[in-house]
Design a protein around this ligand. Structure first.
Ligand code: NAG
Ligand code: NAG
Length: 370
């Protein structure tokens, strides 16, 4: 006990050196890394975290941000020797045993429902809910990225959303524009690639929003192409998007290509068809999350989610979907058996396989809050 106290004190005193520019990292980093390893050796998140730490510790000179990060993780390490203490060293807040068995979906599709209801419950205008939802989205995107997810797709505005009251549509357009300006700097700084899905040519979309989205897409594509961070984290915004419209669009392109002789009818297969969708550059979602009670897909990525796991959290409005909710979704996803239509292990899914579920149906989970 007293030796622990001594270590903590030692650490605290050494932190002053960091603040003074002393190369703290050279002394403590190896010890930290070893300690960490014994706690969660196979944790994907841990490895990511480590990679980042390395770049902090050995490339960048210490400054205030580094100081805080190093000090908090190091101090936590001192107190995390007890078995089964929740692991605060990374963002999952899950016991490390559970972390080891987590499977990370490569692509997560989000339906961020319930902003208006969230606002109404608080006696606020629905625009306040959309603002809160947009802010929460940025947090959750960070959480996804930290967990090792490579693609996140958000259903920002569907082709059916035009049926909403004009005042709400105007609010949504304005909030999307403000959010894209705000997100622009973050995405550029953190090498996030943004991709827009859907029909941006629609005249009902304000020209300024269209410009902001195009800029977001084009500039982040250039930036991530220059980045050495592989794979980049990709965020797709589905705006004025409809799954059926995309399928019809693809069919039209296919028909034209057959008519003009560039494609023969017997060449048509799933892969060719998928290459004509606006989602052609992104892998199929592995996990779909929808908040606030609706258990339907609402014309979202219809072609692409053929084998996705569907997670409906019934009692959470999107602005309340936080890190803990994401952890729960991840744990749920990790327990799914992905069979891709087959009975036994298949090659494509071999690494994802687990013993078959007792119940063959795709169960809708009910997320319990608290
Ligand atoms: C359908 O095709 C048009 C023309 O190529 C394109 O502008 C639009 O974005 C597409 N719509 C969807 C939903 O992909
Ligand atoms: C044929 O049609 C496809 C689909 O519309 C188009 O992409 C392609 O450029 C056309 N090719 C020629 C030679 O007209």
């Amino acid at each position: 006990m007293s030796s622990l106290l001594l270590m903590v004190l030692l650490l605290i005193s050494s932190l002053d050196w960091v603040a003074a520019g002393y190369p703290f990292s050279r002394i403590y980093a190896p010890a930290f890394q070893q300690n960490c390893k014994t706690h969660h050796p196979f944790n994907h998140h841990y490895h990511q975290h480590q990679r980042k730490r390395k770049s902090f510790l050995h490339v960048q000179p210490p400054h205030q941000g580094v100081f805080q990060r190093v000090s908090s993780t190091s101090l936590q390490l001192q107190s995390s020797h007890k078995k089964d203490t929740p692991d605060k060293n990374n963002n999952h807040n899950l016991p490390s045993q559970q972390q080891d068995s987590l499977k990370i979906p490569r692509h997560v599709a989000l339906i961020c429902d319930g902003n208006s209801r969230w606002a109404k419950k608080r006696g606020l205008p629905s625009s306040a809910g959309h603002v809160a939802g947009a802010n929460q989205l940025v947090n959750i995107l960070d959480a996804l990225k930290e967990s090792g997810v490579e693609y996140a797709t958000l259903f920002a505005f569907s082709t059916e959303n035009w049926k909403r009251p004009q005042s709400e549509i105007d609010d949504l357009m304005r909030i999307m524009e403000e959010s894209s300006h705000k997100f622009y700097h973050k995405a550029m700084r953190e090498h996030v690639q943004v991709q827009i899905l859907g029909d941006l040519q629609d005249a009902r979309i304000p020209a300024s929003l269209r410009r902001a989205l195009r800029k977001l897409q084009d500039d982040t594509a250039v930036k991530t192409a220059q980045s050495t961070q592989r794979p980049p984290f990709t965020v797709c915004f589905a705006i004025n998007y409809g799954g059926r419209q995309d399928i019809v669009n693809a069919s039209l392109k296919l028909a034209q290509a057959i008519a003009n002789g560039t494609i023969a009818p017997d060449q048509v297969d799933e892969a060719l068809f998928a290459s004509m969708l606006c989602t052609r550059d992104i892998p199929d979602p592995d996990l779909v999350i929808r908040t606030s009670g609706e258990c339907r897909l609402s014309n979202y990525l219809l072609w692409n989610i053929a084998y996705a796991e569907l997670y409906f959290c019934n009692d959470i409005y999107w602005p309340d979907f936080d890190q803990k909710s994401w952890n729960r979704a991840l744990q749920w996803y990790s327990q799914r058996t992905r069979k891709f239509g087959g009975r036994q292990q298949q090659q494509q899914s071999a690494q994802e396989e687990r013993p078959p579920r007792a119940n063959g149906a795709t169960a809708s989970p009910v997320e319990k809050t608290k």
